[in-house]
Design a protein around this ligand. Structure first.
Ligand code: F6P
Length: 483
């Protein structure tokens, strides 16, 4: 239910992210409403927000005029609108055509445009000003992701009384790549406005600390940066996770089990179902993985009666040129593979360019005998963890790129180098042929890992480190309720 919110709001906890955690929907009666976005971040942060009567500042999507704050399903939301030019230059431009490829090992060529940088700064300033306006005296602000890296320093200037945390959801590159950025120093200084800077992996935190030492000249020791004004900033890893228990329960429900049987039937009851689920993004390695699968068929190891591949490609950033090109390439490849290896009514690749609700995803994960996650670089990759959470029978194989953050934890997956086509073919085949005992051994170990490190544990550990870093003189936040 949507309710408007009191305007003179002062919250002890403010979350700032590029997007609000809700998607716009059209109700059956034609009116407009909101639906909480499926996804780990909301699940993780919602209990902390509720317990602290916190608010979430973010872009509602689209180019609407300024919208009033509102409450939806108990979440207090403060929309920050963007103009068409801001969407083009801040979101599609600097965030997704400069920083995104630069932070993902140059999986595409980053574009450097001074106008994009100007708009990135302007939008970051608006987010910082909004956070400064709604945060209570001595409150805590948690800023998220690469679109908002200047917010911590801008906010600290406006509100030195606040405790500020920042979490980067994507990789943080090594110095050799980061140094290409004409505004590298400003980004580092922007992040240093936070008391705690969180990364997915320890290597990313080390990259950051090293760059701060080399490029900004501050003293560092282990995970600490010492600023000339006496402040200390901690930079460390908090690997993000999923709502493992919630997904496990969902995957066992009668409707999901039934839907999974229907899906297998619709695929023609092959012996094995392979599955890929990704945003349609060039970092995800979709093209190479489909080629590897097609080559295994061409080599005669199996045919479409034995195995099919379901590829869910969730539409993403469709106005950005590299994403348009990628879509054409993948769709041409799928057509070619199906032309070469499909039979009447039996394509080798079932390609779905769409997003699906959580229940349907759980049914797909339940159906898949082999899950294939092969990004060239990925901060974490929650799909890999979601698959494991949905394998309630301790079966199924995960083929996982070494370059996904999740590979640090899911060591029992079939780990692959996505640049090595022969290696990937071998892993697909090994996973296809693996015996039940082997599958069970690996899956049980991975399920234990994700149960122990779920998204609630992630949020708790970030929030308690943040409270520690700034010490007892700050207002103590209520810990998140255990779900
Ligand atoms: O992985 C980074 C991220 O920004 C996520 O936070 C988000 O869910 C995804 O990429 C898609 O982002 P967007 O559609 O906002 O560009």
């Amino acid at each position: 239910m949507v309710k408007s919110m009191k305007a003179d709001l002062h919250a002890d906890l403010v979350v700032v992210a590029n997007r609000l955690p809700v998607d716009r929907v059209t109700n059956p009666d034609g009116s407009q409403g909101w639906r909480t976005s499926p996804g780990g971040l909301v699940t993780a942060i919602e209990p902390v927000l509720n317990d602290n009567d916190g608010v979430w500042i973010g872009w509602p999507g689209g180019t609407d005029e300024a919208m009033e704050p509102f409450t939806d399903n108990g979440l207090h939301l403060v929309p920050l609108s963007m103009s068409e030019q801001e969407i083009e230059e801040h979101y599609e431009g600097f965030s997704n055509a400069t920083l995104w490829p630069l932070y993902h090992d140059l999986a595409a060529r980053p574009e450097f445009h001074r106008e994009w940088w100007d708009t990135y700064q302007r939008v970051n300033r608006r987010f910082a000003e909004k956070a400064a306006e709604v945060a209570a005296e001595g409150g805590t602000v948690w800023v998220h992701d690469y679109q908002l890296q200047l917010v911590p320093a801008m906010l600290r200037e406006l509100r030195p009384d606040l405790t500020i945390g920042f979490y980067l959801h994507i990789p943080f590159p090594p110095g050799e790549l980061f140094q290409q950025l004409p505004w590298r120093r400003q980004i580092l200084e922007g992040l240093l406005g936070a008391d705690l800077v969180g990364f997915q992996l320890a290597g990313a935190a080390q990259n950051f600390i090293r760059l701060v030492r080399q490029r900004v000249g501050h003293k560092t020791h282990r995970d600490l940066v010492y600023l000339p004004d006496g402040r200390t900033v901690r930079a460390t890893a908090f690997p993000i996770s999923i709502d493992a228990r919630g997904l496990d329960e969902l995957s066992r429900t009668e409707s999901v089990v039934k839907r999974s049987e229907e899906i297998r039937e619709a695929l023609g009851n092959p012996r094995k179902v392979f599955l890929g689920v990704d945003r349609l993004d060039y970092t995800k390695g979709i093209y190479a993985r489909l080629r590897a699968f097609a080559e295994v068929i061409a080599d005669g190891h199996f045919d479409v009666d034995d195995a099919v591949f379901v590829q869910v490609a969730v539409p993403s950033r469709e106005q950005v040129e590299t994403y348009k090109v990628l879509r054409d390439e993948i769709e041409r490849l799928v057509g070619r593979i199906n032309g070469d290896h499909g039979k009447l009514g039996q394509p080798a690749i079932h390609y779905l360019h769409s997003s699906y609700p959580r229940e349907e995803m759980a049914a797909l994960y339940r159906t898949a005998d082999v899950m294939v996650v092969t990004p060239y670089r990925d901060g974490m990759n929650l799909v890999a963890k979601e698959y494991v959470a949905c394998r309630a029978n301790d079966d199924g194989a995960l083929v996982l790129s070494e370059f996904a953050g999740a590979a640090d934890e899911l060591r029992q997956a079939w780990l692959v180098n996505p640049y090595d086509l022969n290696g990937m073919k071998q892993a697909l085949l090994d996973a296809y042929r693996a015996e039940d005992r082997e599958l069970g051994r690996r899956m049980r170990a991975m399920r234990k890992t994700i149960r122990q490190h779920d998204v609630a544990a992630w949020a708790d550990s970030f929030m308690s480190s943040l409270a520690e870093v700034r010490g007892a003189h700050r207002k103590t936040l209520q810990p998140a309720r255990k779900s």
